[in-house]
Design a protein around this ligand. Structure first.
Ligand code: RM4
Ligand code: MN
Ligand code: MN
Length: 427
């Protein structure tokens, strides 16, 4: 479905006067505080977040899945959906593919279709956590870490194929989320599992084009419940350092044990020049894959504080980052959920941009914890949404994307085109 741009203009006209009041008030205050609102708006506009191809349908849990209707039935329809999101917010100009859930059969046609929506391709993701129908060896007991070389070889080959698909699409990174692990104490030798995995990833690494990265994602548990080969950021960093310059860590916000200080992990990765990117989502308990910012928005802000500080510091030499969402929508409309996630990410970014950094540094130098908190929370408690709306307005996107989506009855139109019982591949 292609959005009629004139409808966005109508929507913006109708909402413009209230928006202008809010925006003018906020920019006057920020201006008085010494911020350059024009530069902030440019930064917000330039910030683009990739949409996962596996999260455009309704997700579920191992207990059930309640499809919402109008789900994309093919990779082409998934690209259309991301195009729709991008038209609504001008903030998601790429898609991240999961293979084999989404194999581009005709890469030329797929890249052309994506380009017609002004979209490109972010990291490609391999999948050795499920067995495919035509596959010879089983991943029941692991893939890249498996005891049997033929299973490892098959998994290595799959990753190399994923790189090839990515090259055809213009991607620049491979994400490896390795589900390998064990369920019971004594089941495997931790050190040997690590060594076999390293050897496997080294073979994949050797196939990376010169301008590519491999993003090494970590996760403490699930699907295995006793140990995971790449369980935490330390192990991810260990792999990256052993692999070489093209290997960088990927922080999925849901892949931490409760109460982990994720912002400090971000700082450490940045300090080492080894932060590759993010899988944004939110969680209460585990890898819940909920809407970004729905549970712990302050944590998200603190993460962006580290990012803004790190990226603007001359001491930090970190490669460009991949910003991606990795979520699953079990009860919400996936497109509405993704719009909310993108908005939450950009809110946290904008709030981090308005932290009074010189004042914060002075407070830190003077060990003034009270003042440091005041400064942080002054930024966090500022309603920066008018900045985001203004950036959208200037870019030709909708002032209120979710509002427009509902007024325009977009889901209803998708259901009438695709049917109430269409299913998307993915989570
Ligand atoms: C995993 C992990 C990966 C994602 C899969 C579907 O928990 O987050 O990044 O590709 O789920
Ligand atoms: Mn992830
Ligand atoms: Mn996950």
């Amino acid at each position: 479905m292609i959005l009629d741009k004139s409808l966005i203009e109508q929507h913006n006209q109708a909402n413009q006067s209230l928006h202008k009041k809010k925006f003018e008030g906020l920019s006057a205050v920020l201006g008085d505080e010494g911020h350059d609102v024009k530069t902030i708006l440019e930064k917000i506009s330039a910030f683009q977040i990739a949409i996962p191809s596996w999260a455009l349908g309704t997700g579920g849990t191992r207990f059930g899945r309640f499809a919402g209707g109008g789900e994309p039935r093919s990779l082409e329809e998934k690209i259309e959906d991301v195009g729709l999101l991008h038209a609504l917010n001008q903030s998601s100009n790429s898609i991240s593919l999961h293979i084999p859930w989404d194999i581009p059969k005709d890469p030329k046609a797929i890249t052309q279709l994506a380009a017609s929506f002004e979209l490109g391709f972010d990291a490609v993701n391999s999948n050795t956590f499920q067995d495919q129908a035509d596959q010879k060896e089983s991943y029941k007991f692991g893939s890249l870490s498996h005891t049997d070389k033929s299973v490892r070889d098959q998994a290595i080959q799959h990753n190399i194929e994923v790189i090839r698909h990515g090259i055809e699409l213009g991607s620049k990174a491979l994400t490896i989320w390795l589900s390998d692990g064990t369920d019971f104490p004594g089941q495997q030798n931790f050190r040997r599992m690590f060594e076999r995995t390293l050897d496997s990833i080294q073979q994949i690494y050797a196939e990376l084009p010169a301008d590519w990265k491999v993003l090494v994602e970590y996760k403490p548990y699930e699907p295995h419940f006793y140990s995971t080969v790449i369980a935490d950021w330390g192990t991810s960093l260990l792999f990256c350092n052993k692999l070489g310059e093209k290997a960088v860590g990927l922080v999925d916000l849901g892949h931490h044990l409760p109460n982990t200080n994720i912002e400090q992990i971000v700082s450490r990765f940045l300090m080492e020049g080894k932060l590759g990117g993010f899988h944004f989502n939110d969680s209460k308990y585990g890898d819940d894959d909920l809407t970004v910012g729905s549970i712990k928005p302050y944590q998200l802000f603190l993460i962006f504080n580290e990012l803004v500080e790190g990226m603007s510091s001359p001491e930090i030499k970190n490669p460009e980052l991949s910003w991606m969402i990795d979520a699953s929508h079990n009860i919400k409309d996936p497109l509405e959920d993704l719009l909310q996630s993108v908005e939450a990410i950009k809110i946290a970014y904008a709030q981090a941009l308005i932290i009074d950094r010189p004042a914060l540094e002075r407070a830190q130098a003077e060990n003034d914890a009270t003042l440091a908190q005041e400064i942080m929370q002054n930024a966090y408690r500022t309603d920066v949404r008018p900045l985001l709306a203004e950036a959208r307005l200037q870019a030709g996107a909708a002032l209120n994307p979710v509002g427009f989506y509902r007024e325009g009855k977009i889901r209803e139109q998708l259901v009438s085109q695709r049917g109430a019982k269409s299913f998307a591949t993915g989570l």
